[in-house]
Design a protein around this ligand. Sequence first.
Ligand SMILES: [Zn+2]
Length: 412
Amino acid sequence: MTPLLLRAPSLLVDPRTWVEDGALLVEGGRVARIVRGPAAVRRASRSARSVDCGDVLLAPGWVNAHAHLELGAIAGRTPRGGDFGAWVRAVLQARAGCTAADFERAVEQGARASLAAGVTSVADICSTAGFARGLARTPLRHWALREVLDAHDPARTAGALALVRRALRTSARRGEGLSPHAPFTVSPALFAAAAALARRRALPVAVHWSETEAEVAWLERGAGPLAALLGPSPRLRGLELIERAGLLRAPLALIHGNHPARGEPQRIARSGAVVVHCPGSHAWFERAPFPWRVYLDAGVRLALGTDSLASAESLDLGRELRLARAAAPWLEPRALFAMATEGGALALGQRGRLGTLAPGAHADVLAHELRASNARAAFEQLTGVGAPLAAVWVAGRSVVRAGALAHSGEAR
Ligand SMILES: [Zn+2]
């Protein structure tokens, strides 16, 4: 197949690499080369299908490090605000009324909405079976992080594990992973078995960790509102349970992390695990400010997620960037850009393959309608007011086109 050459006035290859008057040479769905300067672009054009992308900035597709696409089926049926218990009850009730077809449709719609917003990869928690059919009709790059939980009930442990083992055995898809739900819903035995399975199959893992004060109180002291629902507490912190199971190792996404204890950020940084913050979901529940500084000072790698449409308004990572900046205006726009690209890749164990346009990476590319004179100005706009998307490519194939590029005849 003829290589594809995407030309633009500016390219943001990764948070550190800015190229002017260059092009991206794409072969076999991957970035083959960054072409620098007009003369080199002219030479490369001779042996490639050359596309002038217009007055745009080419940048890597956003990587959504945490979503539950299936929960789009219950969007609009959950309350906002600080009563997490009321929210969980509403989710359970609304879910119970959904059919397999509802979840499948929600996954497909979520995938399409993600792509339209420039999210080319999603780390998606999957607890229903229909997601693969919903995804088959869209080109989204998708990690199915299969959810397991037993509510600390030994009678449920073996069944929960058998279900996910069977699902993994019969799956022929790429992008598999595992999500032992959270320390307060997963017994130490199930955590250990999930860790062994993840290691054996080299799967990325995602765990909801330290989202609410209620879970911290129950895990540490058997106290708080969860005590009435959950049986005896392990009397350990969540991170301790994760570490004892052998799960505190990359690739691991620790989702939320709103209440780290002293020393925990340092342990996370040493392990290479990534903490995933979901600004929209955080605002939905009116949580106290996210402990940005604690993590950044400890050198923890951070990523951004949207969470589900049961606790967020959209699956648009650009919106999450704006919310993060509004909540912590002192954050470096470059660091935020890195969280929405490389951070998600790291959480999935896909460093260098996702969230970058460096040679060898998947050619998942966004054309932002943005004219910036340097990288700093580009970061400022992308994480601030944002920019309209002129086009989105996944694996070098055009999946969204707007504006001038819609009429260019490129990659139909
Ligand atoms: Zn979640």
